[in-house]
Design a protein around this ligand. Structure first.
Ligand SMILES: NC(=O)c1ccc[n+]([C@@H]2O[C@H](COP(=O)([O-])OP(=O)(O)OC[C@H]3O[C@@H](n4cnc5c(N)ncnc54)[C@H](O)[C@@H]3O)[C@@H](O)[C@H]2O)c1
Length: 295
């Protein structure tokens, strides 16, 4: 098994570190925020415990997996000797570029660079690697990484076939299924689709066709969505969703234009579960308390 450097230990980074370790890799985990890094170890231990209680891992295996993840105190320390550096930091091009450029300096000529971006250009992120831009690959995991079966692989303009093949074998080794988006296109396959579905739900809400709860229920019970797109928007943050739509609108034009209601919700600070109010309203424990008909 190999060595993985995981940069960013938030929601996605912690989960990706966990599945890499469970698959037998040694993982060096770094986050610029030490509290987040500590929290990642606690949440990984909790998540592994759930696998043990369901009989899917033994306690000894889970303990070994947790021990294979070590905290790193810098990007350089994390990246040294890594077969693959995966970045899962904030969705900002400049931050991702700076991290990969720094990591490259600490790695050898064969290290692969994976980015977990949801919709930014893999080519633009990889440009920070200079002559090594043939070793960038989009590795889009889904939340929560330990449970979601797919990794969407994305080829940047310079990504070599060898890099893509390496990433595919690596993801398969993590027990994941893969799809390959062969052209670096905003939103790839999945984010592009999910954005348009959520946007259409928001449009129906704006047209007052139905309550938010009924729109969500229609998609869950009629179309087999595990979660309604509106409740998912509240869950992930409506600001995040607006930001994603604005990016897709810049690339694809009007069909991704955010609705006025969404802009107003964000302007009013109704960001979803994290602020206690979005399309729905939540109590302090994050439980939905009522249906909002005025969204
Ligand atoms: N949350 C999701 O559902 C989801 C799904 C797929 C992909 N993604 C993508 O994964 C990436 C991370 O998303 P997330 O939800 O885990 O975000 P998050 O906010 O939970 O975590 C991001 C982490 O990056 C860290 N960070 C910021 N700057 C850093 C730096 N310079 N060096 C090291 N760490 C730094 C932050 O401290 C934070 O802990 C984003 O690109 C996002 O688009 C998110």
């Amino acid at each position: 098994m190999g060595r993985v450097a995981l940069i960013g230990a938030g929601t996605m980074g912690a989960g990706i570190a966990q599945i890499c370790a469970v698959a037998g890799n040694d993982v060096a985990l770094f986050d610029v925020d030490s509290a987040t890094l500590a929290k990642a170890f606690a949440s990984t231990e909790f998540s592994l415990g759930k696998f043990v209680s369901k009989g899917r891992l033994t306690q000894a295996y889970a303990d070994d997996a947790l021990a294979r993840i070590v905290p790193a105190d810098s990007i350089t320390t994390a990246a040294m000797g890594a077969d693959i550096v995966i970045e899962a930091v904030v969705e900002r091009l400049d931050v991702k570029q700076a991290i990969l450029a720094e990591a490259k300096e600490a790695t050898g000529p064969n290290t692969i660079f994976g980015t977990n971006t949801s919709q930014l250009s893999v080519t633009a992120i990889g440009s920070a690697l200079g002559a090594a831009s043939n070793r960038i690959v989009g590795m889009h995991f889904f939340n929560p990484p330990a449970l979601m079966p797919l990794v969407e692989l994305v080829a940047g303009l310079d990504t070599s076939d060898e890099t893509l093949a390496w990433a595919e074998a690596f993801a398969t080794g993590l027990g994941k299924e893969t799809v390959i988006c062969r052209k670096d296109s905003p939103g790839f396959l999945t984010s592009r689709i999910s954005a348009i579905v959520r946007l259409e739900c928001l449009r129906m809400l704006e047209e007052e066709l139905a309550s938010p709860a009924d729109i969500d229920k229609a998609l869950k019970l009629g179309l087999n969505f595990p979660m309604g797109p509106l409740e998912l928007g509240d869950f992930n943050g409506l600001d995040t969703y607006l930001h994603a739509l604005e990016g897709l609108e810049r690339s694809f034009g009007e069909r991704y234009r955010p609705t006025t209601t969404l802009k107003n919700l964000v302007a009013a600070g109704r960001l979803g579960r994290k602020t206690g109010h979005g399309i729905y309203r939540y109590d302090e424990a994050g439980k939905r308390v009522e249906e909002d008909r005025d969204a």
